[in-house]
Design a protein around this ligand. Structure first.
Ligand code: GLN
Length: 209
């Protein structure tokens, strides 16, 4: 058993931060709002919430947080992007040149499911979460247009990928933090726990050497 709760940051430059913090706490994390580069160091995992992807990407670059996040993710820290967060994590964006972190090998299409007033909640089949449909809330959501070989498709809506995982990177087009169902938060926390356990093993080996 872990001796402390996993520390999970929610990027708090813009977007729906509070709902994620609350859902992560309910799922058993020490959840913290992250606004600076220094705060990244203490994290076992990071969530990039919904919001506006061009704005957040600009702020990440201005605050010098883009490169450290990429570094941490490449060395195994779990990252979960919801909606805007999926766009920010993606390799590229269809039809527009928009900077992204590029840590998830997919091409996303922004606002693919329609306008703000076409936001919907649908019952989504997500086998990785067990039986029982997941109430998935889509708000001007992106879909996945191209999926890389290393990326696992976890759920689709109308034939388009809306939940994927590539090793330590998870992405959902929808907003699990806006529903009472905490299964995606629990799924992400299990990724974080596994990454922590793996790190501890490596740490022990190098101190023993
Ligand atoms: N439409 C937003 C974007 O393209 C994402 C919407 C959301 O995160 N709810 O950045």
């Amino acid at each position: 058993m872990a001796e402390r709760e996993p520390v999970v940051g929610v990027l708090a430059l813009q977007g729906d931060v509070e709902e994620h913090l609350a859902a992560l706490r309910r799922a058993g994390a020490d959840a913290r709002a992250v606004k600076t580069r220094e705060q990244l160091d203490a994290l076992d995992g990071l969530v990039i919430p919904g919001g506006e992807s061009t704005t957040v990407m600009k702020l990440l670059q201005r605050f010098g947080m883009d490169a450290p996040i990429i570094d941490r993710v490449q060395s195994g820290m779990p990252l979960w992007g919801t909606c805007m967060g999926m766009i920010v994590a993606a390799r590229d964006v269809a039809d527009i040149r928009q900077p992204t972190l590029g840590v998830l090998d997919v091409t996303v299409r922004r606002n693919a499911f329609g306008r703000q007033n076409e936001s919907v909640e649908i019952d989504l089949d997500v086998p990785a979460l067990g039986p029982g449909a997941f109430p998935a809330v889509f708000i001007r959501a992106p879909w996945i247009e191209r999926i890389g070989d290393e990326v696992e498709l976890l759920a689709s809506r109308d034939g388009h990928g809306v939940m994927v995982r590539q090793a330590n990177v998870l992405a959902t087009s929808f907003h699990p933090e806006l529903t009472g169902d905490s299964r995606v938060h629990a799924y992400f926390l299990s990724m974080v726990e596994r990454a922590r356990a793996a790190r501890k093993k490596i740490g022990k080996r190098s101190t023993a050497a």
